[in-house]
Design a binder for this molecule. Structure first.
Ligand code: SF4
Length: 281
């Protein structure tokens, strides 16, 4: 009987994801994380312009598996014994946290490097940290992040640490404004290196800003989604298939059956490219 109940629950989740009902519901939401978050409570420490000796001595503990946030999965620390993980950690601790390459260094609280598996077959890329992310130093941890996590956990049947989640910008733009071209230009090399190191089978761009930054285009998201793009990171390496879909924050504002079905369709497409079994298929 327990098994039947479990199968029924899974079936209902899949139907919701496919648009037959809805994507996993948070609360009834009017607005989204990056747009609607109130200013977070002040955090204890301002980011140091240079990594402290303590940070250098314990990068693994600081870089992942950081703040515990209610309703958001924790991610285990990267293992410095793993070569890819070690390079990601070094980039975060030695370069990103002390970065002053653009004006956002003056207004951020914490840099947000990204988190997840250094060997993820699927990488999610968003636009930039919002207020919650800026406060905690972790990507996608506000209301939009909770929806993304529901897609990962309830829809894809994976965990945060099975994929990698990051943003084009590692610092929050003031008032969550759209990133400026010079900020994207300054920060993008970190993202390129992250993607080159992780070398995923597929990249999923969340929202127009991320998609346009990665694909170097001005096409709207409605024209970019539904296609498989090729991202040529390294001229000597094969391009990485790239899927564009709506940002979870957009979904929260436009919680329609049609929008949810489109996102789930995009996610399933990415899963198939990555070789991740699609539940129910
Ligand atoms: S947004 Fe990127 S380039 Fe700008 S200060 Fe932060 S880490 Fe450096």
């Amino acid at each position: 009987m327990g098994s039947i109940r479990k199968q029924l629950r899974q079936r209902l989740e899949l139907e919701r994801l496919s648009g037959a009902d809805s994507l996993p519901r948070l609360n009834r939401l009017g607005t989204a994380s990056r747009e609607a978050n109130p200013e977070p409570a002040p955090v204890d420490a301002e980011p140091s312009p240079d990594p402290s000796p303590a940070q250098r001595q314990a990068p693994a503990a600081a870089a992942q598996g950081g703040d515990q946030i209610a309703g958001i999965e924790t991610v285990p620390p990267l293992d410095p014994a793993d070569d890819t993980a070690a390079q990601l950690l070094a980039m975060d601790v030695d370069e990103v946290r002390g970065c002053t390459k653009c004006p956002l260094a003056r207004t951020r609280r914490k840099t947000v490097f990204g988190e997840g598996s250094p060997h993820a077959s699927l990488v999610f890329v968003g636009e930039a940290p919002g207020a919650d992310e800026d406060a905690h130093g972790r990507p996608f941890v506000g209301r939009a992040g909770k929806l993304l996590e529901d897609i990962i956990v309830k829809g894809m049947r994976l965990s945060r640490h099975d994929v990698f989640i990051c943003n084009v910008l590692k610092c929050r733009p003031p008032d969550n404004r759209t990133p400026q071209p010079d900020e994207v230009a300054a920060c993008s090399p970190f993202l390129w290196r992250q993607l080159s190191l992780i070398d995923p089978r597929v990249i999923v761009c969340l929202g127009a800003s991320a998609a346009q930054a990665l694909l170097k285009t001005t096409e709207p998201i409605g024209r970019l989604r539904g296609l498989v793009h090729n991202l040529q990171l390294d001229p000597m390496a094969p391009p990485i298939p790239t899927i564009c879909t709506y940002h979870p924050a957009y979904l929260l504002r436009n919680y329609t059956r049609d929008a949810r079905a489109k996102v789930w369709d995009d996610i399933q497409k990415a899963m198939k490219i990555a070789g991740i079994p699609v539940p129910g298929k």
